[in-house]
Design a protein around this ligand. Structure first.
Ligand code: NAD
Ligand code: TYD
Length: 358
């Protein structure tokens, strides 16, 4: 197949492309605008495969997207391009509405026109795979799991924009019969993650000897999925998923945020002790909570296991150790990002009113 991957210079998209080029014979067209979160270095040397091309395009640019479909005649789309950080969506929701909702509409519109022009055999094999998040389901309390049937109830501008895009994708299937498939996954972690997210931010703050900000009391729970497992699952959903269906993808690794940060601290104590030997956990600092902070996300991943035979292969402790070791060994990757793009400052509090005023 020739697969058009949007957002292929981002964290998960680059893992998908590395996987496609290393473990399959598929051809890849990477469509990415190259926002602050993108880094083509995450792909290594994909041109060496002879099966890779890159188009710097904003997915909201309808003529450019239509032209890319005509030029490359893809067999499938994997749509990952998005604004992806909850805290940035609180500070500036407009870009999330534009890219995540309007951009998905532009892609669907172009894909539909292109799909309608395909001969019947290629048209029935065509897939539009939309990659989404478990955050569309809102928050759980201490019990329960998100299934594919859980009603949508997003909290943040980010999750609301992803929920909107999921609805558009489903509508394009139900109304126009575009062969779509949707996946909703839990929090990803692993190599090449932009250092605004909890795990890389904590690792790099440990290295710099800076405070490790934990929002609220640190008792919020996330399920963690190693990014390379996610890439494997996504290709499985694309190639074997049933048209019109959605699949939840989880890591079977629920942790409180404070447990995640403490595990990173202990791993850093072993792999990169501080001068003087003080524990990294001394740097943990509880800070003002995120507005609208969802308490818990947890996934029932039985459908993808039952129907597509996918289960994560990397447990959290192994994946976290690999991730910490990767950041320690790859300063040349993250140093320019920290110096030029994002220095670790707190995001996600602007424009939010204090709830309790004295
Ligand atoms: P990321 O922020 O690391 O990368 C996003 C990529 O999309 C970047 O390369 C960026 O340049 C590109 N992009 C952004 N706006 C664009 C536009 N207008 N046109 C073209 N390209 C554009 O994100 P990620 O963590 O790799 O997430 C990928 C997808 O997976 C997103 O759709 C996200 O909602 C979803 N997801 C992520 C997680 C997670 O834990 N990271 C969890 C669940 C779902
Ligand atoms: P994040 O990595 O931003 O992912 P998401 O908001 O999509 O779950 O945050 C993961 C969890 O960690 C979330 O509950 C917020 C919390 N968090 C902190 O406690 N401190 C931080 O500095 C960051 C960035 C997040």
């Amino acid at each position: 197949m020739k697969i058009l991957v949007t957002g292929g210079a981002g964290f998960i998209g680059s893992a998908v492309i590395r996987h496609l080029l290393a473990a399959t014979d598929h051809h890849v067209v990477n469509v990415d605008k190259l926002t602050y979160a993108a880094d083509l270095r995450s792909l290594g040397t994909p041109e060496a495969s002879g099966r890779y091309s890159f188009e710097q395009i904003d997915i909201c640019d309808a003529p450019a997207i239509r032209a890319a479909f005509e030029r490359h005649a893809p067999d499938a789309i994997m749509h990952l391009a998005a604004e992806s950080h909850v805290d940035r969506s609180i500070d500036g929701p407009g870009e999330f509405v534009r890219t995540n909702i309007l951009g998905t509409y532009v892609l669907l519109d172009a894909a539909l026109a292109y799909w309608r022009g395909l001969e019947p055999e290629r048209a029935s094999a065509f897939r539009f795979h939309h990659i989404s998040t478990d955050e569309v389901f809102g928050e759980l309390d201490a019990t329960g799991l998100f299934t594919e049937e859980t009603p949508y109830d997003p909290s943040s501008p980010y999750s609301a924009s992803k929920a909107s895009s999921d609805h558009l994708v489903r509508a394009w299937h139900r109304t126009y019969k575009l062969p779509t498939v949707v996946s909703n996954c839990s929090n990803n972690y692993g190599p090449y993650q932009f250092p605004e997210k909890l795990i890389p931010l904590t690792i790099l703050n440990c290295l710099a000897g800076k405070p490790l900000p934990v929002y609220g009391t640190g008792t919020n729970v996330r399920d963690w999925l190693f990014v390379e497992d996610h890439a494997t699952a996504l290709v499985r959903v694309l190639t074997e998923g049933k048209v019109g269906e959605s699949y939840n993808i989880g890591g079977n690794s629920e942790r409180t945020n404070i447990a995640v940060v403490e595990t990173i601290c202990r791993t850093m104590d072993r792999l990169h002790p501080r001068a003087g030997g003080a524990p990294h956990a001394e740097l943990i600092t509880f800070v003002r909570d995120r507005p609208g902070h969802d308490f818990r996300y947890a996934i029932d991943a039985s459908k993808i296991k039952r129907e597509l035979g996918f289960e994560p292969s990397v447990d959290f402790d192994t994946g976290l150790e690999r991730t910490v070791a990767w950041y320690l060994a790859n300063e040349d990757w993250w140093r320019p990002l920290v110096e030029r793009q994002y220095g670790g400052e707190r995001l996600g509090l602007s424009g939010v009113r204090e709830t309790a005023k004295k």
